[in-house]
Write a protein that binds this ligand. Sequence first.
Ligand code: ADP
Ligand code: MG
Length: 402
Amino acid sequence: METAFSQLGLIDPLAFAVQEMGYVEPTPIQKQAIPIVLQGGDVIGSAQTGTGKTAAFALPIIQRLGGHGALRCLILEPTRELALQVEDAFQKYAKFTDLRVTIIYGGVGYGKQIDDLRRGVDIVAATPGRLLDHLEQGNCALDQVEILVLDEVDRMLDMGFLPDVRKIVQKCPKARQTLFFTATLPPEIEQLAGWALRDPVRVEIGRQRSPAETVSHAFYPVVATQKFELLQLLLEQTEFKSVLIFCRTRMGADRIAHRLQAKGHTVGVLHSDRSQRERIEALEGFKSGRFEVLVATDIAARGLDIAGVTHVINYDVPENPEDYVHRIGRTGRAQHTGDAFTLVTEEDVRDARSIERYMGLAVERKKIEGFPYVYSALFDEKALAEATPPKSTSRLHRGVRR
Ligand code: ADP
Ligand code: MG
């Protein structure tokens, strides 16, 4: 078969699989990374959100593994939802091979996972905590792993995950291929993770640390007491199909969800205090259109590929500037367009500025005509900036749970 994908060196079973998924042209990260991963070297790949990074590593991995054997490929993901999504992508890309793919993640029973591991799998997508449980119980071993992927690698190496990730990496053979992928690559990645890599090749697409061009985004200054009112007006004024609303805390997410429900919206809620069944229900309900609104914490900020999210609203400014790029990247995926609104109160001015510094661009401030704004110093940001020194954004001082 002669397609744009086979020209990258991919064999027919893979070219067929992507054709079935409707892919015609490889994306830029796929064009560049696939031939390098096929050769077996380590890669640090970065490209904006929604530009097909999963296939950029999955397709050449499947080709390298060839046919069914032992557990030879491990992909680590920061959330259960993302592990599910990546496992599903591998299943589809590997459809015309006899490779076996499974998922290891927390919040569900051990039975099926143990059965799958016993029966023999080639590719495992996992969240670190549950994988370590299985390793400790002797349900699986990583001594045959040939390819290790850290997806959302900057998140996997931050304080919350690093100890677990280190333990897992140590259980993999030293002679292996290691692949890092993310939309937000810290410049110091090699210092941070040199211990996991061997002569990595960097593949970088697009302006680093910036949102996809398909997302238009703006800040909406407002006093804290008017946030919900402004949110409601934003929802009224936009013709959204599905809107993802981010809150900083789990309690905050519950509160906003209840208030929106009381106003007649259909709302799903996704955060780490909910059971795995509730998390899946919320996400599936949002994907299917049963919920027009999904209220979430940063657990949903990264990687989730939800078709048709027309709007992202940051009810709260994210704590870490890179999460802004990830959050708004939940819309405008795969060349669709999207809008992102961020409510900024007086307390958020510093964080809002760190976001702009991080991306290296100024974000437009917008006011909504006809909204009964209560005046605050917020609307005179220069004066406010002088009163608030910039905050340190060291990546080593982060919370664990989101
Ligand atoms: P990223 O990891 O870069 O955020 P994903 O791998 O989740 O992006 O892919 C985003 C979406 O783009 C998915 O729905 C995926 O199926 C789709 N996609 C990936 N590659 C292609 C392609 N070559 N052509 C069309 N759609 C693609
Ligand atoms: Mg991804």
